[in-house]
Design a protein around this ligand. Structure first.
Ligand SMILES: [Zn+2]
Length: 381
């Protein structure tokens, strides 16, 4: 089955195998004549990146790349990226990669024309209105994983390397003008990245679905996103060249990230400080946290999760869903504890403080306190 589509929601999305060939046309549609391709170091030398640069060069758009991007990108990466962007006289960004390349690419497009420092734009109240919106450069986003959904997000997650805190920088114009979702770009992902990123999409869907805020659109999207993960993540993990499974996982990623406008919760609230301090993979960390968070939230989400289980064809209501999550994690090689994840002696007080400060905390269906969050964290140590 070949899946090809053009969508205009939540932005212009060119979806289908082989559509990276439209990269120059996508830049033209976004009004970009001299793009800077931004990706991470690992992707910089890979064939899919070289091929994309070839396409840009052949179309007369130049061949410029910035790849000094850490797995959890920080303000130093952002500053170096802005310098490269301005020195090269670029007029837009091709954000290329997993969450790191996409988030840093979007951030550089945002920051290059601003006069205020980065942290002035943290997602607090209406701080985003401090930005000069007209100075924000257009973005074409090209995901090479299926999970973060940053390609359709209006924010970037960036680590403050001094405080080791993950911060969210938000502006409506972070939303890329054009997205190319080409599942062929994801076939080279190793299994543990397929698992970790796919489970990030799943965590977005589950947390958005359980968040108490009123947002029926997100509710529907999150539920169908869960179904796509259930059907297709095991297939993509078993056979990385299964293009149909890869395509559906790209859809699930978009749906999770669009859905979580409704809210996230304790999974992300814990995962953000853990990732910022110990540099663990975001999606994998979420997956380790999910079983304990489901139990933590049980009094508030029992019936909701039972509804989801029904839709997903999982027997046994809430408990059946939890058993399914345990089995899914085990089948994808996900560890059960932070110790197994390689964090020998986690700083409980610091992680809890980070979690309670994280914006995701506000979307959790049960109020998180120092006491109950400490208890929750100890359950996964
Ligand atoms: Zn996430």
């Amino acid at each position: 089955m070949s899946i090809t589509a053009n969508w205009s929601y939540p932005t212009s999305i060119r979806f289908g195998a082989g559509r990276i060939s439209e990269i120059a046309d996508a830049c033209a549609a976004a009004g970009i004549t001299k793009p800077l391709l931004i990706t991470d170091r690992g992707l910089a030398s890979m064939d899919i990146t070289t091929k994309t640069l070839d396409l840009l060069e052949a179309a007369g758009l130049g061949r410029a790349m910035f790849s000094d991007v850490d797995p959890n990108p920080n303000e130093k990466n952002a500053e170096a990226g802005v310098n490269a962007y301005n020195a090269g006289g670029h007029d837009g960004v091709v954000a290329f990669g997993g969450g790191s390349g996409l988030d840093l690419g979007k951030l550089v497009a945002f920051l290059a024309g601003q006069t205020r420092p980065l942290w002035d734009f943290e997602d607090v109240g209406d701080w985003w209105t401090r930005a000069d919106a007209d100075a924000i450069a257009p973005i074409v986003a090209v995901p090479t994983t299926a999970g973060t959904g940053s390609e359709v997000g209006r924010a970037s997650v960036i680590t403050n390397s001094e405080t080791e805190q993950k911060k969210i920088i938000f502006h409506p114009k972070f939303l890329p003008a054009v997205v190319i979702c080409d599942p062929e770009l994801t076939v080279g992902m190793p299994g543990f990245i397929t698992a970790g990123t796919g489970l990030d999409a799943f965590a977005h869907c589950v947390e958005a679905f359980c968040s108490p805020h009123y947002h029926p659109m997100s509710q529907g999207m999150s539920l169908e996103g869960m179904r796509l993960v259930k059907e297709y993540l095991p297939r993509a993990f078993a056979d990385g060249t299964d293009i149909e499974a890869r395509a559906h996982m790209m859809s699930a990623a978009i749906m999770g990230a669009t859905g979580f406008q409704k809210g996230l919760g304790a999974i992300h609230a814990l995962s953000h400080p853990i990732g910022a301090i110990y540099h663990t993979h975001h999606g994998t960390t979420n997956a380790v946290c999910m079983p304990a968070v489901l139990q933590f939230n049980k009094p508030a989400i029992k019936h909701l999760i039972a509804d989801a289980a029904n839709y997903l064809g999982i027997a046994g209501g809430f408990d059946g869903f939890c058993a399914y999550v345990d089995d899914l994690n085990a089948s994808l090689g996900i560890h059960k504890t932070l110790t197994e994840l390689g964090i020998a002696d986690p700083d409980i007080g610091r992680i809890v403080a980070g979690a309670l400060n994280d914006p995701s905390t506000g979307g959790n269906p049960i109020e998180m306190t120092k006491e109950n969050t400490t208890e929750l964290l100890l359950a996964i140590v």
